[in-house]
Design a protein around this ligand. Structure first.
Ligand code: ADP
Length: 585
């Protein structure tokens, strides 16, 4: 009983201390009537109450039996009546007032208790989050039971308790020497042997040198050892990019939750809607057409004739096996597939293509190419190697060679979207999608002289997935080459949509893929690290996911355009009130 009484006042106490203390202090409790422990007071008054009642009833019964008037009251009866009244008041005070208080005070307590409000909001959020399917898809689905909220609390706690780097007096000396130019900033890691400390010192020196604050660019909470010598030099912090999830994306009978790192509002929501349309239509099919990373050195001869001699030598099938053996020595995974040559006068460009297992493969192919160039030097001593990369590769630049020949993974991904789904989910019609695709992605891009840009926004999806999964985001240039085709099928009822992407450059080992966050995103897709079944299976699967996500993105954006929704949805997701007020101020 006491526990119950206490709990009724506790929430007030926790939120409004001043108010509650006074309420608690002013409240004269019935149990204060006797200087006894509460349970003894209660027992005493209970006994008194029932004894008085029993005594009075038995006396009055006796009076009625002997025909004595009830108005004749004896002294013992007066005592019993007083005992009855006293115990009644006590019991009423104990139970009754609390009961009345609980009725009157409870609504007030709830108004005060903002924690309760948060809890309600939390429950609603969890209800939203608990949906098995993406938000668009969940519109017509029932809600599964709520998961326990504990992990959210734990994550928050860990973040709150993150240690903050504190600079020591010794650090102060090093900062001064970096500012003075006596200690080179780049040498801090090797000098200190502590990458985090090096970053903190460099950051502070930079702020002093520039007079500009880096507040807002976090330093703590990142493993600086993990990027040393391979991902980023001279770090001073890290940029945070939110990761959203689109999906499940159903490709080749398997579901994927696609992580997208982006700050572009609408993008994830839109891709998610495309995933839903694909899922409801039975999924997409992705086919790998080619898998080979390229590197093209440029070599120069004294004459064009000598350059042509080497071209003919390299293209002779009889020489291929020897060259492949030399090339393949560079790695367990790099396997030479072919060499394509192009001549410009005395200069020869040799485009080597090789498989690279689960690595994106730039390092691997470069090593193999170096082996071959060294080998060729024996038969062609007059060959000058001008550059290990001569741009015929072609890496991170728009180039027809990638569009036509492919680079990395060449993938075609297709789906038949049911007419019903086009109407209900995409809010448009098959006919208007096909027409818009022809006018925009094909004719419009032709008018613009596009190179591989026969799509609505493939690079949006490619880049977001690349950043989330640790790919090289600069390769979005050629990785986003894509032609989107749409056609009415099944007597015009349904939509056949496909994306053909000849140069998706992805890997699941090497580069940024081993960093903690990126690795977590690869893990979510089930393609983390080297494939245990067969070398290259993970990176090929990742390429299929990229193409599938592009398919979803194309479907959704084209539908939004067709339905005239583009401006409306951007206003909703991309321009928060906060931004607008900031911009106006
Ligand atoms: P890239 O060639 O994409 O730049 P890296 O050279 O950084 O990539 O990473 C490839 C490294 O990973 C190579 O040393 C290679 O031997 C190793 N590796 C381990 N497993 C695999 C695999 N399944 N596929 C490709 N490379 C692998």
């Amino acid at each position: 009983m006491e526990a119950g009484r206490r709990s009724s006042t506790k929430p007030v106490q926790s939120l409004k201390p001043t108010k509650t203390v006074s309420v608690d202090e002013d409240l004269t409790k019935a149990s204060d009537a006797l200087p006894l422990p509460l349970h003894l007071s209660n027992a005493f008054f209970f006994t008194l109450f029932f004894s008085a009642v029993y005594f009075l009833l038995s006396h009055w019964r006796e009076k009625i039996r002997t025909s004595t008037p009830l108005s004749v009251v004896t002294f013992s009866e007066i005592i019993a009546i007083l005992a009855f009244v006293a115990s009644f008041i006590y019991l009423l005070g104990f139970f009754g007032i609390d009961f009345v208080q609980s009725l009157i005070l409870r609504p007030q307590t709830e108004v005060w208790n903002s924690e309760d409000d948060d809890e309600v909001a939390d429950v609603l959020l969890r209800k939203e989050d608990a949906r098995k399917v993406p938000c668009g898809q969940a519109l017509d689905c029932s809600l599964p039971p709520l998961p326990p909220p504990a992990p959210i609390v734990t994550v928050q706690k860990v973040l709150d308790e993150k240690p903050v780097t504190v600079l020591t007096e010794e650090d102060e000396e090093i900062i001064k020497s970096v500012v003075a130019g006596t200690t080179p900033s780049y040498s801090l890691e090797s000098k200190l042997g502590d990458c985090k400390r090096a970053a903190a010192i460099r950051r502070e020196a930079l702020q002093r040198l520039t007079g500009k604050s880096l507040e807002g660019l976090p330093l703590d909470g990142f493993d600086y050892e993990s990027i040393l010598g391979q991902c980023c030099e001279m770090p001073v912090g890290y940029v945070q990019i939110p990761v959203g999830i689109a999906g499940p994306l159903l490709i080749n009978g398997r579901e994927y939750s696609v992580p997208m790192a982006t700050t572009e509002g609408c993008l994830v929501a839109s891709t998610n809607r495309g995933c839903k349309a694909i899922h409801l239509s039975g999924g997409a099919t992705s086919t790998l057409l080619r898998d080979g990373m390229t590197r093209a050195p440029v070599v120069r001869f004294g004459t064009a004739k000598r350059a042509a001699d080497l071209k003919l030598y390299l293209e002779d099938p009889d020489n291929f096996d020897t060259l492949a053996v030399v090339f393949n020595r560079s790695s367990r995974f790099g396997r030479l597939q072919g060499i394509k040559c192009a001549i410009a006068g005395k200069n020869l460009y040799l485009r080597f293509t090789c498989t690279t297992g689960d690595a994106m493969g730039m390092n691997m192919v470069s090593k193999g190419v170096q082996n071959v160039l060294d080998f060729l030097q024996t038969d062609f001593p007059d060959m000058d190697v001008m550059g290990i990369s001569g741009n015929f590769c072609s890496d991170k630049k728009p180039a027809a060679v990638n569009w036509i020949e492919g680079r990395g993974k060449s993938v075609v991904c297709e789906a038949i979207i049911k007419g019903d789904v086009v109407r209900k989910v995409l809010k448009t019609t098959v006919e208007s999608l096909v027409e818009l695709n022809m006018l925009k992605n094909l004719t419009g891009s032709a008018m613009a002289g596009a190179l591989g840009g026969f799509n609505a926004h493939a690079s949006n999806i490619v880049t977001a997935v690349y950043i989330a999964t640790g790919q090289d985001p600069a390769q979005n240039v050629e990785s986003s080459h894509c032609i989107t085709m749409m056609e009415a099928v099944n007597d015009g009822k349904d939509l056949h949509i496909s994306v053909t992407m000849p140069s998706i450059e992805v890997g699941t080992v090497g580069g940024g893929t081993q960093l903690a966050s990126q690795s977590a995103c690869l893990n979510l897709l089930g393609v983390k690290g080297a494939s245990k079944e067969s070398a290259g299976a993970n990176s090929r699967m990742l390429a299929a996911v990229v193409a599938g996500a592009v398919l979803a993105g194309e479907l959704s954006l084209m539908s939004a355009l067709a339905a005239g929704q583009l401006v409306k949805s951007h206003m909703k997701y991309n321009r928060s009130n906060k931004d607008v007020s900031k911009a106006s101020s």
